[in-house]
Ligand binder design. Sequence first.
Ligand SMILES: [Cu+2]
Length: 204
Amino acid sequence: MASSQYFFILAIVAIIVPSILATEFVVGDDKGWTINFDYQAWAQGKEFHVGDTLVFKYKEGVHNVLKVNGTGFQQCVAPLGIEALINGNDVITLVTSGRKWCICGVAKHCENGNQKLAITVLPQTVSPAPSPVSAAKECVKPIYYGWMLVVFGILAMVMMTASMDALKKQNEELATKLIAVEGRNGRRERELEARREKEHEERR
Ligand SMILES: [Cu+2]
């Protein structure tokens, strides 16, 4: 059916488009996540938006990534109980706008090696409902809430259009049937009338 094909294509577009629009930043580019690199200079001139991703590349075990707040960034201290990213290919999705801070928690890499990154995340350019600026302590949350809403909105709209199309078609079919029935009834009535007239004349 045409409407289900239409639905399918739109669903795919709704899922793929956000991933095309999002930018992936490899922190430190070729140098990756390491000591003695100017991450402030690296971040300068770059525009980070909600939905973009940061990739921290380093040799596993040598460094890690800690999401901290402004104070943690300044003092190179991570709040207690915070979980470090340790894979060496750590992807952080920027979920909310505002200032975000990440440091390396290994040895004195942050204090002495300047292994720290501070960025400002701007609201999503396309999303109708950007997340409010928050002084959140964390860089990430696992899902793109904004995009989920957009995708679900589009899906709901498509489903509504599809069901409306189906209803319209049904109505049209019913209307044609009704016309056919009316036509038949009319004919029958005319026939009856004719028969009655004939009988009347015969009786005379
Ligand atoms: Cu380190």
